[in-house]
Design a protein around this ligand. Structure first.
Ligand code: SAH
Length: 212
């Protein structure tokens, strides 16, 4: 279903500057319409963020592609995602051959998405909890993807990044953020590149925003 629409989306984001073939291929394969509420299905292949309920959104495909491309992933890498949300980003990572760990703090979203991932047969390791603290048990990660906007870069996530690994994280106030691309050169030595103008829902947690 929606094959033409999906291919059009791939063309659109490639024109916007996404060149990583493995990312484009995954966007062309993952059925985004499975990750949005029924009423939104006919909008699933627009390059737009869409509401998934509970005040949360599925990120815009271009943003998802940009963040994934920035991680410079290779198949078999261990990747941590903070903010499972709809599960779309995690599904792309699985299609790209990654070993995926994903954390969601909202219990309702967590169970709803876990059910969907099982139904689609996607082997993603998920946990319900505060992702600002990372997932120590499985660290270090070759890539960390934070899909909600944070006031600062959580120290726990810096620590859990493997040497040579990259993290992408939106940092700013609750309304607008700069995307930071962090590379761990060696323990305690990080390189940070800024990409302006993205908008994400807030990252809430011990090392994120306070809840309400
Ligand atoms: N990656 C998602 C986009 C999710 S939107 C997708 O592909 O659809 C951001 C998500 O981050 C929301 O579901 C929100 O509940 C969650 N979130 C916010 N703070 C969090 C935290 N501290 N730990 C884990 N998840 C968090």
């Amino acid at each position: 279903m929606y094959e033409t629409e999906r291919q059009d989306l791939v063309d659109k984001i490639s024109l916007k500057g996404i060149y990583d073939i493995s990312v484009l291929k995954a966007i062309g394969e993952v059925e985004r319409h499975n990750f949005v509420p029924d009423a939104m299905k006919h909008h699933a292949y627009k390059d737009a963020a869409l509401p998934i309920g509970y005040g949360q959104t599925i990120s815009q495909p271009y943003t998802v592609a940009f963040m994934t491309q920035a991680l410079r992933l290779k198949p078999g890498y261990k990747v941590l995602e903070i903010g499972t949300g709809s599960g779309y980003q995690a599904a792309l990572l699985i299609k790209m051959g990654m070993d995926v760990y994903s954390i969601e703090r909202n219990v309702d979203i967590f169970y709803q998405t876990r059910k969907l991932l099982d139904k689609l047969g996607l082997r993603i390791n998920t946990k319900c909890g505060d992702g600002t603290l990372g997932w120590e048990e499985y660290a270090p990660f070759n890539g960390i993807l934070v899909t909600a906007g944070s006031p600062t870069i959580p120290k726990s996530l810096m620590k859990q990044l493997a040497v040579g690994g990259k993290m992408v994280i939106p940092v700013g106030n609750k309304y607008s953020q700069i995307l930071k691309i962090v590379t761990k050169i060696e323990e305690e030595n990080f390189e940070v590149e800024d990409v302006p103008e993205f908008a994400f829902v807030p990252l809430i947690g011990r090392e994120g925003w306070k809840d309400k």
